[in-house]
Design a protein around this ligand. Structure first.
Ligand code: FMN
Length: 166
């Protein structure tokens, strides 16, 4: 039995995910980045994370060959950055909000968190490639609330504590 693809997409859209910007630089120094909600932790020992990238994406070659990449976990006010790094055919870095961070890779100073990775493995995942990174450095933006993506909309997490305050 094969699952109906539109139902599969609808069901998976239900799964709340983080909103991240993955960045890297190629050997010529050109910066690359894309919005990704498929970011996840994978292992504690060794410390591994993963993000899945569409094989047809303009950024695919740069990321699948990269030695290092940086995950920027967006904060709730940064949905505009997510939209910009998902847009095709534009200079996603033109706004100037990405500055050299860990490894000198482009990052957002006011991200909710950053995870700087060395490339641990590049795996096949159907029409996507699974980029497995080994965390080499992390940053946590204190008091930054992470942005969430669910049912194709941006949201902010509501904690029990916040819900109780209403
Ligand atoms: C909230 C959001 C999450 C996304 N998550 C992913 C993802 O996890 N993996 C992926 O390959 N593309 C994801 N995309 C799409 C990419 O950001 C980008 O639009 C796509 O790679 C096409 O870009 P291109 O013009 O570089 O080919 C997401 C887009 C949005 C708006």
């Amino acid at each position: 039995m094969s699952v109906d693809s539109s139902n599969f997409v609808r069901a998976m859209a239900r799964v709340p995910g983080p909103v991240t910007i993955a960045t890297t630089a190629d050997p010529a120094g050109r910066r690359w980045g894309f919005t990704g909600s498929s970011f996840s932790s994978l292992s504690l020992d060794p410390p591994l994370v993963l993000i899945c990238l569409d094989k047809t994406a303009s950024t695919h070659e740069a990321f699948s060959r990269a030695d290092r990449f940086l995950i920027n976990v967006l904060a709730q006010e940064q949905a505009d950055v997510a939209l910009r790094f998902a847009r095709s055919g534009v200079d996603r870095f033109e706004a100037g909000d990405m500055v050299p961070c860990e490894f000198g890779l482009p990052g957002l100073e006011d991200a909710a968190a950053r995870v700087a990775c060395s490339m641990h493995d590049v795996l096949d995942g159907g029409d996507h490639t699974i980029l497995v990174g080994r965390a080499e450095a992390t940053y946590v933006g204190e008091e930054r609330v992470p942005l969430v993506y669910s049912d194709r909309a941006f949201a902010r997490p509501v904690t029990d504590h916040m819900a109780g305050a209403r």
